[in-house]
Design a protein around this ligand. Sequence first.
Ligand SMILES: Nc1ncnc2c1ncn2[C@@H]1O[C@H](COP(=O)(O)OP(=O)(O)OP(=O)(O)O)[C@@H](O)[C@H]1O
Length: 247
Amino acid sequence: MTFHEQERQAVLACRSVSKTYGSQTAVSDVTLDVAPGEVVGLLGANGAGKTTLMRMACGLVKPTAGAVRVLGEQPPYPPAVARQVGAALDTPAFYRWMTGPAQLRSLLHSSGLPDRGEPLAALRRVGLEDEARKRIRAYSQGMRQRLALAAALMRGPRLLVLDEPTNALDPHAVVMVRELIRREAESGTAVLVSSHQLDEVQRVCDRVVVMDRGTVVASGALDEIGLGGAESLEDWFFRISGHKGSW
Ligand SMILES: Nc1ncnc2c1ncn2[C@@H]1O[C@H](COP(=O)(O)OP(=O)(O)OP(=O)(O)O)[C@@H](O)[C@H]1O
């Protein structure tokens, strides 16, 4: 497949993307595709550039150089494309006085969409149906994280961008999120997910991309990166990054 055919097939295509903040390079010359039905894990130490790359993918941060495309369109995404992007990034901004269903409904309305039952269905998918009457200010951190996931899923996205979706979750919720991500991918959604939980990444991702100080230092399909014998993704990560204990 040629480079251009590959780009046409990808839901998300990042081409030589960089982002600098003053003299600080957050992301440098990253090229990355995510195809329909593929789950790509973004790995790397704190400050490696994962969140910045994900923000650029969602059109929230403008690249200093290079191009990002979702479904062939560059940011700012037209509404028809923006609706196909579901994102749960670091600290979601919720109206804390609202209930979960009211918050999700308000997100639908702000994009000009009616409520056809998506908010309650999404809350059920993340196991928050019993919290429907509670105001968000009374949610635990894990509940807020699940609400962010519900918001990302609600509109049936073709691209799902999840920044550390399980970091505050209890073990049952971690399994639920894993199954949910796999189910989304099986239905054709392209998923880009960052995580420091390498055992989870190994369970859920088809391919991993490792970033270090803004650049991609390794990448590959999980069945191709040569996890030797009993080697885990964690062992592989430390072997290729050569700085055990730094994240
Ligand atoms: N708005 C900003 N202004 C200045 N520097 C920034 C900004 N956002 C990110 N950076 C810097 O860019 C680099 C990459 O940050 P980023 O948040 O993308 O890393 P990360 O891989 O997501 O880290 P973590 O694993 O801790 O979430 C860091 O050095 C960070 O300090």
